[in-house]
Design a protein around this ligand. Structure first.
Ligand code: SF4
Length: 231
């Protein structure tokens, strides 16, 4: 998963028109239709495995992470197993990944904390998760949302951009965007809104050149309306 890098939000956000329930419903219907089969995601069987996959995924594609974890999780399914590895041995296992030295250090330190403080289990609250080495807010939200059924909307660079362009949020940063989305979207759609917005950002609503002319959402998009007005 890409790391959130927000250089200039002015290029993505617009003065939104009032967000109506009808507009929210329509956008979600279209997103669901367009992105029913999302692009590859992180493979995991337990919250611990998703946590490790998330740490590995910084600056790295989900496809590559899945390739690494396919064997890694077979050999080392839980934190106790990882702690049998030296830093060098873990580096060797994950070396095809960017920043593998730092990630190996974070993973071993995280496993140590899980074993010493949480009986080898992954904590179920965001603040505690974010204190683990290598775990940021997005990673914590992904773990909570997808492995524990928590009701959150993890905001990465794609979710931030697409949600603000559409007018589903007016956030100046990922935290504000997350809060706006949780306020504006129905609870039962929170978990799936995340992969839908990511897919839309990857395939159509690209950062530099959004493909508005072929986008099914343009009738509901604030950014597109503004482009028409100013273009
Ligand atoms: S109309 Fe353009 S800016 Fe709006 S969601 Fe579609 S691609 Fe993105």
């Amino acid at each position: 998963m890409p790391v959130v890098k927000i250089k200039d939000r002015r290029q993505w956000t617009v003065d939104c028109r009032p967000l109506t329930q009808e507009k929210v419903t329509k956008i979600l219907e279209i997103l669901e239709k367009l992105h029913a089969v999302p692009t590859p995601k992180l493979n995991f069987e337990t919250p611990f495995q998703l946590l490790i996959a998330c740490i590995l995924s910084a600056q790295c594609t989900d496809t590559l992470v899945n390739r690494i974890t396919q064997n890694l999780f077979k050999k080392y399914p839980n934190p106790q197993d990882f702690l049998q590895l030296t830093q060098e041995a873990l580096e060797k296992e994950i070396r095809s990944c960017n920043y593998y030295r730092t990630k190996a250090r974070h993973i071993l330190a995280t496993c140590q904390i899980l074993v010493e403080k949480f009986q080898g289990k992954v904590p179920q609250d965001r603040e505690t998760l974010m204190q683990l080495p290598g775990v940021g807010r997005k990673c914590a939200n992904v773990v909570l949302a997808f492995s524990m059924g928590a009701e959150t909307i993890p905001v990465d660079t794609h979710v931030f951009r697409v949600a603000n362009r559409l007018g589903l949020a007016k956030g100046r940063d990922p935290l504000e965007t997350e809060e706006d989305l949780m306020k504006n979207l129905p609870k039962e759609k929170w978990v799936m809104a995340h992969p839908w917005l990511i897919d839309h950002g990857r395939r159509i609503c690209k950062a530099q050149k959004p493909k508005c002319e072929i986008c099914d959402l343009k009738a509901y998009c604030d950014y597109y309306a503004k482009t028409l007005k100013t273009g």
